[in-house]
Write a new protein. Sequence first.
Length: 82
Amino acid sequence: KYGLTHDMVVEELLKLDCTNYCYQDNDDNSKFNGEVWIFGQYLLPPLVDKPVLVYIKLKLKSKVVCLSFHEAEYEMHFPYNQ
């Protein structure tokens, strides 16, 4: 939909810092215990002409795993972005 490539997604993930943090929650998948961290990032994908707020859900296992990366469906709040 937006023309993002895998490499573009990886590049955006590597840019995340505490200002992108929204909140943490429990993993809603009953097969996996633990917490997930929710981040948001504005980006300008190749196929659109205005910035898009992206919802990003990460989980720390033996490495960082990106569980979700998609356009935000709801308003996001950034407690450390002041």
